[in-house]
Structures are given as structure tokens and as C-alpha cells.
Design a protein around this ligand. Sequence first.
Ligand code: SF4
Length: 465
Amino acid sequence: MRIATLPAPDDFDAWRDAARALAAAEVPPDAVVWQVGDAPVDLFAAAGDADAAPAAAPAGFSVPRGFIDLARSVVMANDPERFALLYTALFRLRREPRLVEDHADPLVRRLEVLAKNVRRDIHKMRAFLRFREVEEEGGASRYVAWFEPEHHIVRANAAFFVNRFAAMRWSILTPEVSLHWDGKALSEGPGASKADAPEGDPTEEVWKTYYASIFNPARVKIGAMLKEMPRKYWKNMPETALVPQLIAGAQARESGMIETARSSVGGNVQAAWEALRDEAAACTRCHLYKHATQTVFGEGPVDAAMMFVGEQPGDQEDLAGTPFVGPAGQVFNRAVAAAEIDRTRVYVTNAVKHFKFEQRGKRRIHSKPDTGEIQACRWWIEQEQMLVRPQVTVALGATAARSLLGRTVTIGRERGRAIALPDGGEAWITVHPSYLLRLPDEAQKQEEYARFVEDLKLAKAALRD
Ligand code: SF4
């Protein structure tokens, strides 16, 4: 039996080094015991998925990027079996290089669930942590927050808080570790208890800045609020007493919040967009997040004059985390080039940000999002629109058009003309490139492709100089 000791419960690099050495020595997963520091060895947890280990593994192989990303998250999970599970997966990868793409595999599925739980906990810490102001010796202010994460995510979140509160001196206390920022350097201390954190209301100004900086007006929507703000965190958030007032006038506040977010980041819309994307990564507004790999958020310059909205990520987009990279995305790219639109200067996104599919054997078959799912995900596209403020938004297909206009749209009736949007921009409607791929007749395919390019040219021509 080999014992692999890691210095910290979230130390991915240490796990990777140990796993690499063990795999090179061809040590099977069931012969390794994983432990953190001086913690007692959990022999049961260390057993891993021994049945899954191949009898002999070939030497020398490269680990896919997808596995590394998955492992980085899984290492932070509060599950004593995580290191053994990851090592089992690594060992199998030597024989099954596409293992992480097999979402029906029980081990992959389990790792994905752990990773998803970790991502959600990272989001919760960003969204629900509140600072209280304390006066230190010499009269200087320090802002102290208490948080109880479910997973080992505190260090992974350190950079986020340093970026958001670079000008403040702050401490974040958690049971496992504490973080301290003095305005220049970050240091780490031992875990703390809730009694070590100050009581009282969060500091109003800090709260406002924070609220704007994390850019989460979803809290003023009652449904989203109840869903996204677990009661566990309410005790740290006295502003929850303001819920009735927040709900009244929520719509106006959302717009105001976006303006605040824009100005609070010094006009740095990019930072506001990044915060929005991070928020969306943990979205649970509808059930689609449960089966997809990840949220596929929009991409492109935040000052783009043109925005394209597709339906939803496909199989390849779901795995890559990037929109418009699958077969339909390639048709789109070709048509955009044919319409002489600079692809690098447009913002592309989808009406629904999680892949909806039916599992048939090992294949994941695209399934059309329903009205409820489109409506739930409209929340994100509205925020993207308010941030990017494109002059022209092109809806690709009926789902995108419905999301954009809030009503059922017949493409044949609406394509080829501008539709005014409430924000002063214009919507243009055309088909989704996947429609072109599905046409069985080659001549019709060519004809429809040419019409599609013409639609894009018309939309481009509507841009102001
Ligand atoms: S599909 Fe949209 S609304 Fe539903 S969980 Fe995903 S991001 Fe949230």
C-alpha cells in the first residue's frame, strides 16, 4: 500500500505531482491511500474505484485539458474520496483517452457533480459574503467578513476578492483558513470561529460597492432571490430585511444596478461582464444546469456593435464551454465571412446557456428548449444586451427571436427587416445555421445559405458608422 500525503485539502498541484509519480510507477488506484496533512488515513475512501483500473497501463500519455480543468475543481470538493476518484480516472485515461467526454460513465458523472458543487460554492461565497467595518489600532479601518463554505474553495476565491476590493484592507474568516489583504499583499492565517468576526450590519458603502461589483441584480427578483440566496446565508445579510422594498420597483433598480455596475468599475464594462459571466456559471434558474457540463456564456468584445444570438450550446459547445464552435458554428463563421463581417468584432451568445439534450446510449441528442426554459434564461441575455448595447442584434432562429422579442416569431414573416428594440437598438431575424445543415437537398441548401448571407449583409448595412 502506498500513502500519498498532500499538504492541504485543496492542493491541486500536490495531487497532480503525486498522481503523476504513482501513475508512472504503475501503482493501481486500489493500492494508494490518500491523506491530507496529519489527518488520519481513510482506508475506505482510499479504495477508489478499483474495478475500473486496467490490469496494465501503457507508459507515457498526455492528459486531456478537460480532465485537468475538471480535476482542479474536484480537488476542492469536500469529499474524502475525491483524490482516489481522480486518480482512478487518471489511471483509466491511459487506456481511455476520451474518458472525460463519456458523460454516461458513472465515475465521470460523479466527478462532474463534485465539480459542479464546487463551482456553486465558489459562487455563493462571492454572492453572499458581507464585510463589517472594524477599527484597528491607529484608527485605520479593516473590513472583516465571516463565511462558512461547504467545500475547500476559500483560496480559489482569493484573487476574486483581491480584485474587487484592492483598495481596502480586509480579512475573510472561515473555519478552515483566514485570508488577510493589507492593500498590497495577501496573507493566510489559521481558521477562525464565528465569534472572531464582528457583529452588526454590513458596511453600507462597502455593501453597495460589492453589490454593484458582483453585479447580481437577480436578488431583486423574488423568484431568483428565494432560489439564489439560501437561508443559511441570510443571517450574514441584514439587507434581506429590505426585501419588500427591493421587490417594489425591481425593474427600475435592475437598470440602475447595471448603470451602477458600469460606473462602479470605472466604466470598465469588461469587468462587469466578467462578473456577470461568473454569476451565470452557477445559474440554477431552470433545471437545465443539472445535466449539462457547464454554462456556455456569450463571447466577444463587450463594445461590439453587432450581437448574434443562437439557440443553445450544442454537444461540442457544452464540452468546450464556448459558443459557436460546433458544426453549426462553422457554417455561421463561413457566412459571417461571406457577409464581410469581422467575426472578431461581434459578440455571440445563445438564448439558452445550457445544453438541453436527450441521452440515447452514449450519444447526446439536441433537444429544443421550451418556453419556460427560454423565459428563465432571458434573464442573462437581457443583462448581456444591457452591457454590450449592440446597435444591431441578429436572432438566429425562432428560439433566439422569441428570447429577444418576448413573443412567438415566424421567421419567414419577420426576416429581412429591422425590428426596433426598447433600448434603441435593432433586431434582425434570420434562420439558425443548423437549419441549413439539416436540409437534405444540396441545391436548396446552397439557395438557403445564400439567403442567410444576404440577411447578414442587410443587418450589417444597418450599422451606423
Ligand atoms: S439554461 Fe439559462 S436559466 Fe437555465 S440554468 Fe442554464 S443559464 Fe440558468
